[in-house]
Design a protein around this ligand. Structure first.
Ligand code: UD1
Length: 327
């Protein structure tokens, strides 16, 4: 049987988060057993609503800081052999004020889980890395090798993710996916650190002016959630692919750059919001340009982000229209 046709037992840490919930939903739809872990530090129970009662889903409200976490879960669910590790402190500003806690959760706990996965003879361990691992490197597009020991990380978050990716990539089980700016349904628009797309869609639907920090010419590489989930399946060896098993560190972006002003224009057109953007001071510590080189994962796994920004925004907008919380 080909590797991708085997039904796997998958652990998803951070399953109540934006990305983790989409990954779990897809794994379940493909017939895999999913054991989800979350402590609701930043995830929300509502994100699991569509699969909470699925017969192949089991949920544990636990922290990844817990000792023997994978061992205990595997004892209860012997089919487990693949770990998607997404749980982390996700707020960069929070990490600035909580350096030790960020290192413990985003790095030390990752190492512990990886070592457990090795001991338990798991087949795969897939780690959620971040574009923050590149610091403010402006050699674009960013290639995986640019992040190294000399990189000046702008936050404990970036540093811990960098160390985590290095460690994971050194394991025969390990794949680290370095995500650029992910967007899509279920992303929380209401926190001060929410991604710009969720904020802009939320403001546009409220018929407010979109807030642009700085001149709006800063640019990002926005990647749609379903393309991210496809990348996860390939990294976990769960999707048909003629490619060899991949190991190492891979950027997950589109390779396309969009300025914040361009984004504002597209969102205004899609929502019919006719208001001019409101320009506010530049956000301290903001990175000017971020753009992924996407050749490595294309070569290793045949993956490309297939969703255009317009299509991704349309689908996200549709979801916000249906689910947007009242003021
Ligand atoms: C992301 C992280 C950020 C981290 C950085 C490190 C998120 C949501 N943010 O920031 O915490 O420091 O990676 O790589 O994951 N913008 C506006 N108006 C708004 C909101 C944002 O103009 O209302 C601008 C920002 O100034 C920024 C761009 O949009 O230039 C993108 O912002 P954001 O979505 O927060 O992502 P990153 O800046 O990439």
């Amino acid at each position: 049987m080909k590797e991708h046709q085997e039904k796997r037992g998958c652990v998803v840490t951070g399953v109540a988060g934006f990305v983790g919930s989409h990954l779990a939903e897809r794994l379940l739809s493909l017939g895999h057993e999913v054991v989800g872990v979350d402590n609701f530090f930043s995830g929300h129970p509502e994100n699991m609503a569509s699969f909470r009662d699925h017969p192949a889903f089991n949920f544990y409200e636990k922290s990844i800081a817990e000792q023997n976490l994978l061992e205990d879960l595997t004892e209860k669910h012997p089919s487990l052999n693949c770990c998607f590790h997404l749980a982390a402190i996700v707020s960069v500003p929070y990490s600035m004020d909580h350096e030790d806690e960020t290192m413990e959760l985003n790095f030390t706990a990752t190492v512990r889980l990886l070592q457990s996965a090795e001991k338990l003879q798991f087949k795969r361990f897939v780690f959620a890395g971040s574009a923050a691992e590149y610091g403010n490197d402006q050699r674009l597009p960013l290639q995986e090798a640019y992040a190294d020991e000399n990189t000046a990380h702008a936050s404990p978050y970036g540093r811990a993710k960098f160390l985590g990716s290095q460690k994971v990539a050194s394991s025969p089980l390990g794949v680290a996916l370095r995500f650029f700016n992910i967007y899509g349904p279920r992303q929380d628009p209401r926190s001060p650190y929410s991604g710009v797309i969720s904020r802009f869609l939320d403001m546009a639907l409220a018929e407010e002016r979109l807030t642009v920090f700085g001149d709006g010419l800063q640019a990002r590489d926005f990647v749609y959630i379903s393309d991210v989930v496809d990348a996860y399946l390939l990294a976990g060896g769960l999707q048909d692919s003629s490619f060899e098993v991949c190991h190492g560190i891979y950027n997950i972006g589109t390779g396309r750059s969009t300025t914040i002003l361009e984004l504002a224009e597209i969102i205004k057109a899609l929502t019919g919001n006719g208001n001019a953007p409101r320009f506010l001071p530049e956000r301290p510590g903001d990175i000017r340009f971020s753009l992924a080189s996407v050749e490595a994962f294309s070569k290793a796994a045949g993956w490309r982000a297939g969703t255009s920004l317009r299509d991704g925004l349309r689908a996200t907008l549709q979801w916000y229209r249906e689910h947007r919380p009242e003021e």
